[in-house]
Write a protein that binds this ligand. Structure first.
Ligand SMILES: Cc1ncc(COP(=O)(O)O)c(C=O)c1O
Length: 438
């Protein structure tokens, strides 16, 4: 199984240049060129990388070290909300680095307060904790849910239910939360206090809850993605999530939604949960929140804000620089009316991809997704794999990312234009033709 970002399987070797490591000139920061061998000699091999070196970007385009242009429908994996070198981001970054970029959370940070206010005003949440990544935001949510269970419900061994095929990050707690054994292999002992249910399957959830809470309440929280991204772009079922919310209310269980990949407008609503007609008690954001500058946030309703000073912290969390950029991303989403763009461009993309499914029924089966997170699903019995199609698209100047072995994911910047969607569809058509599928 080839999962590029989350795999340690090296992809095909690359041959960009053959300088020996000791001939590298590190005295200048201009135009450094690293061959893959030099790179791999010093960077841990935790990623399977494509043979591509990207050196600059503008809008929805990126350029490689040979000055070849690509349409970027990866966007740092659903992260570059405003594309590359957006003027608002350039201005925010420049202004904030010249003013004050980092201070400790020993003091009040105005930019942190401003971003927290924006998030609270534009969501169901009341309080925000800032950190630096999605995994960290989920760690914070797990800790909050455990403390709530201990202090508010008297649960001594809290269990958090998560879904099979989910993805919540790479720390020890979040690989345990991630319901996919391939991410857990060789990292035992895993974190105690997690159990798994099948996504969108209410009967399985009800049976698991009945089993775990048979003698005494143990289930502290249910943690789900509104749409499973890494798990293959699988949207949540509305009726399922409404029943989950009902069960949580009946039993005092907290509902945590991981909005790391789908939040910040990617689905055409600001938050993924809006597509499901429910509100979580806790939700997490990262990726798109900073538009490519590292930031994470855990947001909760007032009733479960049980953290006290000293319970949780992060040196970089909520620093002026990251928060200024995050606030700029949020404000630009509104000022450029990007949710409407996400909805219109998403429909255009899905319609085009569905035409391709009709053209290649032996290999392609369906298009799944919301807004600008969409998956082109390959037939299980096809010899074509997602990574093959991603490579063929790259040859046509289009960057895509697999979501598992059978799904090709399209997550362009939310600023993508109708013309760029059209170009991407043409590149897909050419990529499929180039594979000479039978
Ligand atoms: C739903 C979800 N949660 C958490 C994460 C982890 O985020 P990060 O890589 O920023 O730690 C990801 C990353 O792909 C994600 O898609």
């Amino acid at each position: 199984m080839l999962d590029l970002i989350h795999s340690s399987i090296p992809l095909q070797p690359v041959s960009l240049n053959t300088l020996l490591p000791n001939s590298l000139d590190l005295s200048s920061n201009q135009g450094q060129s690293f061959s893959p061998d030099q790179f791999d000699a010093v960077v841990m091999g935790t990623y399977g990388r494509f043979p591509l070196t990207l050196t600059r970007g503008q809008g929805c385009y990126v350029w490689d070290d040979q000055d070849r242009r690509y349409l970027d429908f990866v966007a740092g994996i659903a992260t570059c909300t405003l594309g590359h070198a957006h003027p608002a981001m350039v201005e925010a970054v420049t202004q904030q680095i010249q003013t004050l970029h980092h201070v400790s959370n020993l003091y009040y940070v105005p930019e942190q307060g401003a971003l927290a206010h924006w998030l609270v005003q534009h969501s169901c949440g009341d309080r925000v904790f800032f950190c630096n990544s999605g995994a960290e935001a989920n760690e914070a949510a797990i800790k909050l849910a455990r403390k709530y269970a201990h202090t508010q419900r008297g649960i001594t061994y809290p269990i958090i239910l998560t879904a099979r095929a989910s993805f919540h990050g790479r720390t020890l707690a979040t690989i345990t939360a991630t319901g996919q054994p391939k991410y857990q292999k060789n990292f035992d002992p895993l974190m105690p206090g997690f159990a798994y249910v099948t996504y969108n399957d209410i009967a399985d959830l009800e049976a698991t809850l009945a089993d775990l809470d048979r003698d005494q309440p143990q289930v502290a929280a249910i943690m789900l993605e509104a749409l499973q991204g890494e798990g293959g772009v699988c949207p949540g079922d509305r009726a399922y999530f409404q029943r989950v919310r009902q069960l949580c209310d009946e039993k005092g269980i907290l509902l945590i939604l991981d909005e790391v990949q789908v939040g910040m407008g990617r689905t055409g609503s600001l938050w993924g949960y809006e597509n499901l007609g429910i509100e979580p008690d806790i939700f997490t954001s990262a990726k798109g929140l900073g538009g490519g500058i590292p930031i994470g946030a855990m947001i909760c309703k007032a009733h479960c804000d049980v953290f006290a000073p000293g319970d949780h912290a992060s040196t970089f969390g909520g620093n002026p620089f990251a928060c200024k950029v995050g606030l700029t991303v949020c404000q630009t989403l509104v000022s450029e009316n990007l949710l409407a763009n996400v909805q219109a461009r998403g429909e255009q993309l899905r319609a085009g991809l569905e035409r391709l499914v009709q053209q290649y029924p032996t290999h392609l089966t369906e298009v799944r997704g919301w807004g600008l997170i969409n998956g082109l699903v390959l037939r299980a019995e096809s010899t074509l794999k997602a990574a093959d199609l991603v490579r063929a698209a790259m040859d046509q100047g289009l960057l895509l990312v697999p979501a598992g072995p059978q799904v090709v994911r399209f997550v362009p910047p939310l600023t993508v234009s109708a013309d760029e969607i059209q170009q991407a569809l043409l590149a897909m058509e050419k990529a499929l033709t180039s594979l000479a599928l039978t």
